[in-house]
Design a protein around this ligand. Structure first.
Ligand code: FES
Ligand SMILES: [Fe+2]
Length: 364
């Protein structure tokens, strides 16, 4: 092997994407100990508004207590373990469907049938177990790790930038969800998101009608990455927007499975890749706009994104997953150039290193 070849950084071994044991370990070592996107605060506007989130084989209730506070609890009844709530809704008190123990939005047990006749029973011993919750510019995140460091320490650059690129994010309103069941491991999808080596080949319209590819760069931070690109001007644009609005494309990825993106024109959307299995991932892209009444160009932006970049990536990622399962493939080189240009895969290397660090001995 020449010196040049020896210096190449290798991608993760195929096993990392196809081995069900790796998947189980990831749930514990990664998804149960990182900040996971739950929803926009708009979903929790009134006291009692709640959403139920599935993560790391757990079910979590995220519920507004009052104007100042949103709580997160394990969706497990402390009596005999029934699930308490599902989906979303609004309840200032909620009763377990099994024996009607009833809880308030602070997770306190407020009534239990026949409790007054049970010697030694104390309601205060049966508060729902809480988990960590943080709100970052109107986006609610939860973390099952009681000792998790706050987001402002883990991704300080992201926090500052969200405030400057999307200062009105907390007041924006949900207008549309683009979603797909991806036939690939979640890391295939994240890695695809984190390089534009494939963009000119796979995304013709994105690279000729939306972005100015010569300016596309990805900057790597400790637990986050920033994509920044100028946009196409004038007649080259596939959708129109006012030049008074933000013209840059900016995207922020947060370890391990969330991204926030602003398209030219200043329209923002949040990406969340939820692993369902070793080779299946649920991807949601939620669009938040200033008004629920969309202008024609805004409608066209959503349609265009779904029918081009989004679906083009979905097809490619399924092909990658099939190749990863082949006996002919073990690992390939990451194509990292010195300038960290628009073609460079340096951000993929950084994500894979975060993954190796999180997995430790579970991945040799
Ligand atoms: S399991 Fe919830 S009240 Fe019995
Ligand atoms: Fe892509």
């Amino acid at each position: 092997m020449s010196k040049q070849q020896a210096a190449l950084i290798q991608s993760l071994a195929a096993q990392a994407y196809v081995d069900p044991e790796i998947y189980d370990t990831e749930q514990e070592l990664i998804f149960a100990s990182t900040w996971q996107y739950a929803c926009h605060v708009e979903k929790l506007a009134r006291p009692g508004d709640y959403v139920v989130c599935e993560l790391a084989k757990e079910s979590i209730i995220v519920i507004r207590e009052d104007h100042n506070r949103i709580n997160a609890f394990y969706n497990v009844c402390p009596h005999r373990a029934s699930r308490l709530l599902e989906a979303e809704g609004c309840k200032k008190r909620f009763a377990c469907p099994y024996h009607a123990w009833t809880f308030n939005t602070r997770g306190e047990l407020v009534s239990a049938p026949n409790a007054q006749n049970v010697p030694g029973f104390r309601s205060s011993n049966y508060t729902l177990r809480a988990c960590q919750l943080e709100i970052m510019h109107g986006l609610v995140f939860i973390n099952l790790d009681d000792d998790a460091r706050p987001l402002k320490d883990l991704a300080p650059e992201l926090l500052v930038d969200l405030g400057s690129y999307a200062p009105r994010l907390p007041e924006l309103t949900f207008v549309h969800r683009t979603e797909a069941l991806l036939d690939c491991n979640w890391k295939v999808a994240i890695e695809n998101y984190s390089e534009c080596y494939h963009c000119e080949l796979i995304h013709k319209e994105l690279t000729t009608g939306v972005l100015d590819m010569d300016s596309y760069r990805i900057r790597v931070f400790a637990q986050s990455q920033k994509h920044l690109s100028g946009s196409q001007s004038g007649e080259s644009r596939v959708y129109e927007f006012d030049d008074l609005d933000a013209t840059d494309f900016v995207a922020w990825w947060l370890w391990p499975n969330f991204a926030f993106q602003s398209y030219p024109g200043g329209r923002v959307h949040c990406w969340n890749w939820k692993p369902l299995d070793i080779n299946r991932t649920h991807l949601t892209v939620d669009w938040f706009f200033p008004s629920p009444k969309l202008a024609d160009w805004e409608r066209e932006l959503i349609r265009h994104h779904a029918s081009t970049t989004f679906s083009e990536d979905s097809a490619v990622m399924a092909q990658v997953q099939q190749g990863l399962a082949s006996r002919a493939y073990e690992s390939g080189p990451l194509m990292i150039d010195a300038e960290k240009s628009q073609y460079s895969e340096h951000a993929v290397a950084a994500i894979q290193q975060l993954w190796r660090d999180a997995m430790g001995d579970a991945y040799e």
